[in-house]
Design a protein around this ligand. Structure first.
Ligand SMILES: *Cc1c(COP(=O)(O)O)cnc(C)c1O
Length: 365
C-alpha cells in the first residue's frame, strides 16, 4: 500500500515505520500478551516504556537534570492556564504575540495574573513578522516572559532565542519541538502538545526548571500542579499511556534517522531545512502562489501560502487530493493554503508538492 502525503497541521502524519511497529505490537507488546493500552500504568512494562521515552527525550534535546520532564494531558491550550497557575504567583506575566496561538495564550492568562503584552506583531495583513526584541517592553518584575516559538497557523518561527533580560522565558513549542536543536537552558519552561511532531493527541510534554516548582496558586488543580506531577514522575493521575508509547517509538525513530552524513536530531533538522528551502524557493519563483511571512521568520514546519487568484482555491485542493496530497487547506482564520511539513513528512512528499504547484501553475497561471 502506498500512502498519500498528509500535510495536516495536527493531528499530523506519524512516521510510517512507527505505525507499522505499533501495528505489529498491537495485540502483544514484547511477549507480554497485552496491548500497551491494556497495561497498568504502574506495572514494570509501562514503567520501562515511560522511562525509555523520558531518557530518549533528554538525550535528543540535551535536557539537564535540573529540569523536570512531565507527561501531562490537556494539550497546549490547557497549558495556557496551567503555566500561569504554576509560574505567575498571581503577579505579573509578560507575553509576546507573534501569531494566533500566542494571542490565545495571553488572553487565557488574564484569568490568573496581571498580563502585559510586551510586543505584538499583528497588522492589517495579519501576522508575519517578529518584532525586534530590542523594542520589546519587558517588565523586570514579570514572573516570566511567554513566547510561541513556532506559530502553527501563521507560519512564523523564531530562529533565535530572544534575550528576556533575566526574566524566565516560557515557550509554547508545540509545532516545532524536535524539529531542530534547542538550548533548553535558555528557557525556564517549554511545553508542547504531542499531535504535531511527537505522536498522537492526548499527550502534552512539559520541560520545566525544577527551582521554579512549588509556587502554584492555591486553586491550581492538583493534576496540573507541576510540583505534584514531578514528584509523582507523571503518575499522579493515569498518564496517557498509549500516546506516551507511540511518542517513545517516534523518539527512537528520530534517533535512527540519517541524512547527509548526519544522525538523529541533526539529520532531522538538516532534512527539515532542505524541505523548507525546496518549498519556499518554489513559492518565491511562482507568479501564482505567494507566502506573506517575512523571510527571517519563515517556519520550517508550517508553510501558509495563498493563490493570487482565490477563485482557483477549490480546483487547487481537488487536484491536490487526486495527486495524493492531503489536507492542504489553510486555517480558517487565515484562508488560503497551508503545508505542514513536520519531521514525518519525507523529502519526497515536499518534492511531490512542488511538482504539483508547478504543474498547476502551468495549467492555470
Ligand atoms: C496546536 C497548537 C496549540 C493547541 O493545541 P491543543 O492540543 O489543541 O491544546 C497550541 N499552540 C500551538 C503552537 C499549537 O500548534
Amino acid at each position: 500500500m502506498t500512502r498519500p502525503y498528509n500535510f495536516s497541521a495536527g493531528p499530523a502524519a506519524i512516521p510510517e515505520e512507527v505505525l507499522q511497529q505499533a501495528a505489529a505490537e498491537m495485540l502483544d507488546w514484547q511477549g507480554s500478551g497485552m496491548s500497551v493500552m491494556e497495561m497498568s500504568h504502574r506495572g514494570p512494562q509501562f514503567e520501562s516504556i515511560l522511562h525509555q521515552a523520558e531518557s530518549d527525550l533528554r538525550e535528543l534535546l540535551g535536557i539537564p537534570d535540573d529540569y523536570a520532564v512531565l507527561f501531562m494531558q490537556g494539550g497546549a491550550i490547557a497549558q495556557n492556564a496551567i503555566v500561569p497557575l504554576n509560574l505567575s504567583r498571581g503577579r505579573k506575566a509578560d507575553y509576546v504575540v507573534t501569531g494566533s496561538w500566542s494571542q490565545k495564550s495571553q488572553i487565557e492568562a488574564r484569568k490568573y495574573c496581571d498580563v502585559h503584552v510586551s510586543a505584538s506583531a499583528h497588522d492589517d495583513q495579519g501576522y508575519g513578522v517578529i518584532p525586534d526584541p530590542a523594542a520589546w517592553s519587558i517588565r523586570p518584575d514579570a514572573q516570566y516572559l511567554h513566547i510561541c516559538t513556532n506559530e502553527t497557523i501563521d507560519g512564523v518561527e523564531f530562529h533565535f532565542v530572544p534575550d528576556s533580560h533575566g526574566v524566565p522565558l516560557v515557550a509554547d513549542m508545540s509545532s516545532h519541538i524536535l524539529s531542530r536543536r534547542i538550548d533548553v537552558t535558555r528557557y525556564a519552561c517549554i511545553y508542547a502538545g504531542a499531535q504535531k511532531n511527537i505522536g498522537p493527541a492526548g499527550l502534552t510534554l512539559v520541560i520545566v526548571r525544577r527551582d521554579l516548582l512549588g509556587h502554584a496558586l492555591p486553586h491550581c488543580p492538583s493534576a496540573f500542579d507541576y510540583a505534584i506531577v514531578a514528584a509523582n514522575r507523571s503518575m499522579f493521575n493515569t498518564p496517557p499511556t498509549y500516546a506516551i508509547y507511540i511518542a517513545g517509538l517516534v523518539l527512537q525513530w528520530i534517533k535512527r534517522q540519517r541524512y547527509d552524513g548526519l544522525q538523529g536530531l541533526d539529520a532531522v533538522e538538516a532534512r527539515n531545512i532542505a524541505k523548507a528551502h525546496l518549498l519556499y524557493d518554489a513559492l518565491d519563483a511562482s507568479q501564482l502562489f505567494e507566502t506573506r511571512v517575512a523571510r527571517d521568520c519563515r517556519s520550517r514546519m508550517n508553510v501558509p501560502f495563498h493563490l493570487r487568484e482565490p477563485e482557483l482555491d477549490a480546483a487547487f485542493l481537488q487536484g491536490a487530493e487526486q495527486a495524493g496530497l492531503l489536507q492542504l487547506k489553510g486555517h480558517k482564520s487565515v484562508g488560503g493554503m497551508r503545508a505542514s511539513i513536520y519531521n514525518a513528512m519525507p523529502l519526497e512528499g515536499v518534492q511531490a508538492l512542488v511538482a504539483y504547484l508547478q504543474d498547476f501553475e502551468r495549467r492555470h497561471g
